[in-house]
Design a protein around this ligand. Sequence first.
Ligand code: NAD
Ligand code: ZN
Ligand code: ZN
Length: 353
Amino acid sequence: MAQNVPKKQMAQVIEKTGGPVEFKEIDVQQPGPDEVLVNIKFSGVCHTDLHAVNGDWPLPTKLPLVGGHEGAGVVVAKGDLVKDIEIGDHAGVKWINGSCLACSFCQQSDEPLCPHALLSGYTVDGTFQQYCIAKAAHVARLHKDIPLDAVAPVLCAGITVYKGLKESGARPGQTVAIVGAGGGLGSLAQQYAKAMGLRVIAIDTGDEKKKMSLEQLGASTFVDFSTSKNLVKDVQNATEDGLGPHAVILVAVNEKPFQQAAEYVRPRGTVICIGLPAGAYLKAPVFETVIKMVTIRGSYVGNRKDSAEAIEFFRRGLIKAPFKVVGLSELESVYDKMKAGAIAGRYVLDTSK
Ligand code: NAD
Ligand code: ZN
Ligand code: ZN
């Protein structure tokens, strides 16, 4: 079953690890029996896509590769087994493109941990193309009143930070430090935290990210990691009693903050590791971790229920993070800005340009 699907399309393709990405015409693929073909209208650019180009994680990508995993669009074809999503419905292609639905992790809704999970824009082709395939069971269902450009960043960044905030156990009225607050995940994390009734200490660098955090995203304090003379003290002093935030959400792309968070988190506090800087190690002082009873935990995207919940926060108008739209053809220049740490919020690609 299909509707007006062309044979050829434009895509951004990596032929070899290290790049570059090439904007070129490729074939449109046919969905398998349990898959849908989504006409991607907009796709966010996540720092994970840059890790995939650079090959800096201990997990190889497919090659050649079409990256991207924050794709919002319209279902244009589906396989015979797909019964619960129709052609014309709006859908989101996420990082988890598919999973086996049978292993012990899938059985308990931990599908990101499935040993057979397919990863969009990493182990299968992703959303930096006009037509993208995903397993029907895993595409996000998007209500038709949701704008497809603004929701794109929610499909990885939003889901991931929403899940991370839930994993932190922080409760309304408590304080959370968001480290890497000015980037894609960080800007959404500030909005989700606010919507969940948390106070936010934003940690990042530069005037643009400071202004965005304090004036647009609702942070109560901004700590600049590159000018602060004593980051640990500055973060603790940003809490009323000086004892530090109840939770820390690490979404930075540098190792250093992964080695500082346990020092400024509050006694009984939780450090949630989400960012994936290349080759990085976690470090924490044993003495302080023990006597403060600190929890340090990893958090990896979200399951289908987390995804639906994160999208529903957005649909209700609670999540407004800045994004800039440029053409799909301009991906390389987005990567250049990302490498320089010069993106406040998220870039979203319009696949028609
Ligand atoms: P981004 O480039 O948009 O933002 C990263 C931010 O970190 C930038 O604003 C940068 O200034 C800031 N930063 C760098 N060094 C810092 C420091 N020392 N202290 C505080 N902030 C610092 O990247 P993004 O798209 O938000 O992704 C962030 C990371 O999260 C990437 O490594 C990405 O691969 C990872 N990620 C993980 C998951 C997951 O499920 N765990 C999901 C999506 C992305
Ligand atoms: Zn991502
Ligand atoms: Zn599984």
